[in-house]
Structure formats: structure tokens, C-alpha cells
Design a protein around this ligand. Structure first.
Ligand code: GDP
Length: 140
């Protein structure tokens, strides 16, 4: 099924000049970038985005990290896009990620792991709407 999903180049990825490398890997896999922007999150926006993690011990650190510099959210479209983006990203902890994944190749820690990808259809819908309004996304 053709799906849309949200990915983000996180502040560490922007700082390390790998925006293009992340997008290249998605495009090389046949995924289409249908929306993309660079923004900076404030604390409330980062807390809202990661609200499912609000009780986790790493939440304050994660929120501070996501506000530490600009991020590049994007909407990717393609066959089975949600699961494919997750495979291209690799496991949350780069030490456990498969060879050839973005996180294995580029990430420095379980927190500063370069890239985000929605983990399911409901999450993708919420996350796309969090960063993009209807006028910024082409109709399907
Ligand atoms: P993801 O779907 O692979 O991004 O992983 P999660 O949804 O479980 O976690 C969201 C984000 O929180 C991760 O991408 C990391 O940036 C961060 N994170 C997850 N687990 C940890 C942890 O154990 N410690 C810290 N410091 N950050 C974490």
C-alpha cells in the first residue's frame, strides 16, 4: 500500500551536515519527498511531539536535544513507506543498528541518533499534521 510517513533530520544531523545524506538514502530507496522544511522547535513543541515518552527518565534530555538546533521534518511517500523508513533508519540505539542503516553509519548515541521516523499509521498521521498543514502537502 502507498503510505506517507514523517521523518526528521534531528539537530545532530543538521549540525553534522548530513541532511543531504539522509534524504539521499530515502530517495535512493525509491521514497518520494512530498514536503520538507527547516524549523526550530521550542520546548512546548518538542514536548508535544514526544508526549508518549513524557514519563520516561530520558524525556527532559530528549526535549532539550530536540530544541538544541534546527531540524528538518519531511513527509515521505511510497509503497510500505512507514516500515521501509524504519528499516533504512535502523534501531534506536546505533550500537544495535544493522550495518548500512543511517543510525549505524552516522549516529553517535541512543539519543543523538540523527533521524526520526513514524512507527505506525496512526503516529504518521499525527506527526505529519504536527509539522505540515494541508496547503503544504500535495493531495494524494
Ligand atoms: P525511535 O522510534 O527509534 O526514534 O525510538 P523511541 O520512539 O523509543 O524514542 C524516541 C527518541 O528518544 C529516540 O529516537 C532517541 O532520540 C530518544 N531515546 C530513546 N531511548 C532513549 C534512551 O534510553 N536514552 C536517551 N537519552 N534517549 C533515548
Amino acid at each position: 500500500m502507498i503510505e506517507r510517513t514523517l521523518s526528521i533530520v534531528k539537530p545532530d544531523g543538521v549540525a553534522r551536515n548530513v541532511i543531504g545524506e539522509v534524504v539521499r538514502r530515502f530517495e535512493a530507496a525509491g521514497l518520494k519527498v512530498v514536503a520538507l522544511k527547516m524549523i526550530r522547535l521550542d520546548r512546548a513543541m518538542a514536548e508535544g511531539f514526544y508526549h508518549v515518552h513524557r514519563e520516561r527518565p530520558f524525556f527532559p534530555s530528549l526535549v532539550a536535544f530536540m530544541c538544541s538546533g534546527p531540524i528538518v521534518p519531511m513527509v515521505l511517500e511510497g509503497e510500505d513507506a512507514i516500515a521501509r523508513v524504519r528499516r533504512i533508519m535502523g534501531a534506536t540505539d546505533p550500537a544495535k543498528a544493522d550495518p548500512g542503516t543511517i543510525r549505524k553509519d552516522l549516529a553517535s548515541s541512543i539519543e543523538k541518533n540523527i533521524v526520526h521516523g513514524s512507527d505506525g499509521p496512526a503516529t504518521a498521521g499525527f506527526e505529519i499534521g504536527y509539522f505540515f498543514d494541508a496547503l503544504e502537502i500535495p493531495p494524494r
